[in-house]
Design a protein around this ligand. Sequence first.
Ligand code: GLC
Length: 708
Amino acid sequence: MTREEKIGQMVQLAGEFYKEEDSENTGPMHEMNMSAEKMTTIGSVLGISGAQTLITIQKEHLAKSRLGIPLLFMADVIHGYRTIFPISLGMACTWNPDLIEESAVIAAKEAAVSGLHVTFAPMVDLVRDARWGRVMEATGEDPYLNQLYARAFVRGYQGKNLAIDTLRIAACIKHFAGYGAPVAGREYNTVELSERTLRDMYLPAYQAGIDEGSKLVMTAFNSLDGVPATANKSLMREMLRKELGFEGVLISDWASVGEMIPHGIAENLKEAGELAIEAGVDIEMMTGAYLNYLSELVDEGKVAESMIDEAVFRILTLKNELGLFENPYRGANSTEEKTIVFSSEHREKAREIAEESIVLLKNKEQVLPLTVHQKVALIVHEGQAKDVLGAWSWKGQQEESVSLYEGLLQHIPKEAIVLKTFVNGQTELDEDWLTDVDVIVAAIGESSYMSGEGASRSNIKLPSEQIQLIKELRTLNKPLVVTLFNGRPLDLTDIVQDVDSMLEAWFPGTEAGSAVANVLYGKKNPSGKLTMSFPKAVGQVPLYYNQDNTGRPLTALNQDDKYLSRYLDVDNSPLFPFGYGLSYTYFKYSPMQVTLTKSKKNQTDEVQIKLKITNSGKFAGTEVVQLYIRDKVGKVVRPIKELKRFKKVSLEPSESIVISFSLSEQDFEYVHQDFSVSVESGEFELMIGPNSEEVETNTVYLAFKRSE
Ligand code: GLC
């Protein structure tokens, strides 16, 4: 390979470079100083899909490429290709990694048959700040749960052998590292994390994705410890490569190499390119630093050609692992595409996952489930009835999704529905429309534009006109049910007292209306549990359950003391805590039985916990039993709670089940100040309950051997 051909492999272009109308003198080619000749050396393309389209591009590329090295095709298949699943923050509320894996298997199948090789997913950034729009792509505030989901997504996308299973695609965990903690929740903003917190809270999910074999990692836009991730040599070459053991392809985020200039650590694109290759970025997404300056940097002795060779080796290894040298068209098949993409089986699975993602936040007097004998007034936002796919819905089509109105029609005749639309909270609430209406269902929340990338909000309340609408509906003295469609935890304090029942449906995806209606009518008893805290006020944010106790904790006993870690105008607790979600039935927890045993290997303490769960209500239902720990005294401050296990159990009315958990020394370990990982003997709290706040606590003394 010539040096130009090697460098070409390290360049990724957007699909528009392959549209007929672009020429060398206008459009993106001109801006990138691209030529038709250079195009023959390019290594990968992003943001375009479709079997016939990609087969054609690949064929034309191979015909022009001297070496016949196939292109890689990549895209953002985040929660579905065309069959769209709930946003990741919604799917996370299933507490069901197997379901997440199934969604990724389907997404991969639809993407691969449409010609794609790589998805820029899963996003495994831990998130604690609801102001940040991209929380919708994340799985929440807990490192244990995020690890399970990172693994499930990677397993689902990649399967076991990408060279043989051409209906799987390579995964790309992102964004390394710490992108989920921008200062003030402001998109692309600086990240200020101690390295210890980064390691203790944020790295576990990246490590899990890498251990599961993710073929790619994407660099984050943000700076970390003053250095933009994309140019952060110690973050990439030391931590990612050496410590986390990542051997795959490191790809920049869109234009993040060029953004070294506005970040203020590169004078120009040439310097930016030098920083990126030094940090070990293999593929540059959509800036021309490598294309236009890497060869010059080698000639000037600033960059060793061996760095280019290692990058190209990893890129070609990925292409080989995908079987592209044997079959450059891999799974692309325009005939199969017609039957696989958006199949009824896929939509059926999307509905099932959407149902399990829904969280019942309130249900006073059991207004839900509805019965088919009730007449329903459905209030929906004008023009947003099908805005249910979320901000990253690749080939998902809103018009193909099921609206809530259409979902209700699967249960009751249209004569039983009074459909009212509101624009900016205004709807004609003339008196007569209410006659013989038994219940009001209001579909409110955010538009999909209000979350996702570039969608940070300083105020996370519902739009004020929607709050006003709920207040007016409340005056009508009818049972009032709210279904929320949104991409982040919202501050719901303005309406929580006014509504009788409230469902958090997130952006449920293609089968939104069917899933929500099935829950409303009790065909599916809601079982979702929040994986991100809902604050009482945006001023509490970042708010998360696994917080530190501080030196002056606010407790039930010192509420009147001013000089505590608290606010003057709101308490410290969330409106709805991590792990929270109601059911149409009730579950009774027996007191936990704790047994300490000694491990055979080194006589260190292990913990066995047993308890009985009973469905004491009249509906069959599913409960997520959660086990938290607390290390009472550590070498660094320890969180007041840490999720360590959970069990999802389905029970018929009056049915009971005994469940057990076991914990070993490793489950109690944490990152010390010197970044070593271990745990000291001492007192630990064991907590069990249906969410992170309603827990039964048992305190034990555990003697660990490794700490001696
Ligand atoms: C975007 C996102 C990243 C995405 C990439 C390609 O800016 O940050 O998550 O994969 O560009 O679309």
